[in-house]
Structures are given as C-alpha cells and as structure tokens.
Design a protein around this ligand. Sequence first.
Ligand code: 5AD
Ligand code: FES
Length: 360
Amino acid sequence: MTELLTRAMAAPYQLTHEERVGLLGLEETSELFSAAYQVKLHYIGKKVSLRGLIELGNFCAKDCFYCGIRKSNDEVKRYRLLADDVLRMAQWSFEHGYGSIVLQSGEIESEENTAFIESVLHQLHERFGDRLGITLCLGEQTEEVYRRWLEAGAHRYLLRLETSSSELYARLHPQDHLFKRRKACIQTLRRLGYQTGSGVMIGLPGQTLENLSQDIECFRELDLDMIGMGPYLPHHGTPLGKGVTLSAEESDKLLKLALKMIAVTRLYLHDVNIASTTALQALADNGREQGLLAGANVIMPNVTDTEYRKHYQLYENKPCMDENSTQCRSCLHARVLSVGEDILWGERGDSKHFFSKDKV
Ligand code: 5AD
Ligand code: FES
C-alpha cells in the first residue's frame, strides 16, 4: 500500500486500472487521502480557488432521468436572469475577491440563447478584461457556438460526461441524448483552446468501481484541465429518484466513495484543478472541507440571488438554498480556514495542467 502510494505520488499516470479499483474500494482511507493531499500541496500549496457560481436559468431542453430541472419536471418554476442581473452578480464576485465566475444553466440550443450569452460575455469582458476568469457550463453546443463564446471572452468550459461508460449513459438518458456527441463536444472544446473541464456522477445505480476507474482513465485520455465530480443524489421529481431516500449509512458510504474518487483522480492526474462540489455538502455538513483534504482545490460559492436558488435544484437537499451571497462567502471562508487552507483571493486560479508541457 505505502509502496503503491509513494509511486503514485512521485509522478502522474502511475496507477494501473486494477490498482485504481483497489484504492476506490478501500475501507481505511486516511493514507490514501493524505497521499492525494500531498500531491495537491506540491502543485498548488495550501490554497483554494473560488468561482462565483451564477445560475443563469433553469430552462432545459434535456430530459436526463436523474436531474431535477429536466424538461418534463412540471413542478419546476422556470426562470431566466436578465443580463443586468448577471452583470451585477459578476460585479459582486469581482469586488469580493472571487477571481473567477461560472455561468451555468440548463441546456438550450438556440440563436437567441447563443446571442444572449455572447452579449453578456462582451459586457463582462469590457468591464473586467482578463482580471475575472470566466467559465461556461451551458451544455452541448455546436462547434460554431463554442467558437463564438470563446471569441466573446470565455476561456474555460465545463461539460460533465456524467459517466465514461456508454452503456451506463444509455440507461440514464432518453435515446436521443447521445453519449458520442457529449464526448465529441468535450474534444471540440479542448481543440478550440478552452481550459476544459469534465467529470462524472458517483454512486449512480448500476455503476461499478471498474466504471469509476475507467472514468479516471478517460479524464486522462481527454487531457482535461479541470475535474468536477459529485455524488449522485436522488431527486423525487425524476424517474430515477422517485421514492428513493438514502439512509444515513448509505449517505456515509456515498460520501466516502466520492472522496475516494477525488483522491484517486488527484493521485493519477496530479496537476489538474479539482472541485470540491456542493453536492458533497448535501451528504455531510463538512463535505466540502473533506473534499479539500482528499485533494480538491476549487470551491464554487453560489452568488445567485437567493430568490432563484430554490428553482435550481438538480438534486434534493441542496445546501445554501436560503442563504445569500454574503453569508456563503463568510461561511466558506471559515470552512476553508478550518482545515488549515486559505483562499487565493482575487486570482483566476487557472489550471496548472493547461500550461504544462506534459499536455498531450
Ligand atoms: N445528483 C447529483 N448531481 C446531479 N447533476 C444533475 N442531476 C444530479 C443529481 N440528481 C449534475 C450533473 C450535471 C451537473 C450540472 O449536475 O452531473 O452535469
Ligand atoms: Fe452557502 Fe455555507 S456556503 S451557507
């Protein structure tokens, strides 16, 4: 065990599939987490980067079987922010030392939406130039749309593959949601020159440790710069989550598995940015802090006005629903300090991997 972790710490890509599966199955995780944390310290230090998360709107053309804002969920009140609101939330993030923002919404492919985003990006760029990092998380689009947004000033894009197993993907989505297209979109983003992020859900029904190990190999294959993963959490308004509640024991196990995924991903890829996602905190109050100690280095505080937050529930028990941006800021600052880390105030916190000569 120690030999294996020492080898994995010394250089990236050292773990075989079987070794990754073994680590993901560990009961006793403290050595694994501390090895992953050491690798994070080596590349990044005791620093956490923040991204102010702006939930632009919850209209969605997709109907994923697990997601709370899927188009068939009639219980959702749909909203879309105005450009001025987005600019105000971005301004708040900038003034409060968040070096980057993420613009996230349901998936919409239309000229109207493309032009709206384009215009928001132009305005953001005019106001902040390169001082504010801009990540988009707006789903599958054509190459042309990705190019327009890049030219308008976005430079990072997150698109989760959800799982690297095409069979599992097919069981979680309607037939017209194509695994191949999603993967091709990620490849396009990378080719166009975005800092590219992806990730998977952890603990999906039918998902095995082998699947998860292959997900990590797939992150390498796609040459990702950023990883965002979180536990799958049932939502009652979805086909997959209807009538399902996790017991305390199941929640603990799921959290542990999600943390192990972060740790093994850090040990395998080394220099990428890894998010400690909000979904971890749905399973334990200190879930995000635990993510940091397992090797993550990015946190995405919600900066959306409180009135909209309840309409953007991809999963249930979403944290921070009744809080406002100021409360989340001081809450997260205290949480980061509580594990001996500090925040990289006012810096974009770009992925080291993006600038590395190891990039394939
Ligand atoms: N549980 C956890 N994560 C979810 N997502 C969507 N629905 C759920 C859920 N029920 C994640 C997906 C998506 C991201 C924005 O949110 O991975 O890509
Ligand atoms: Fe929002 Fe703690 S981060 S309440």
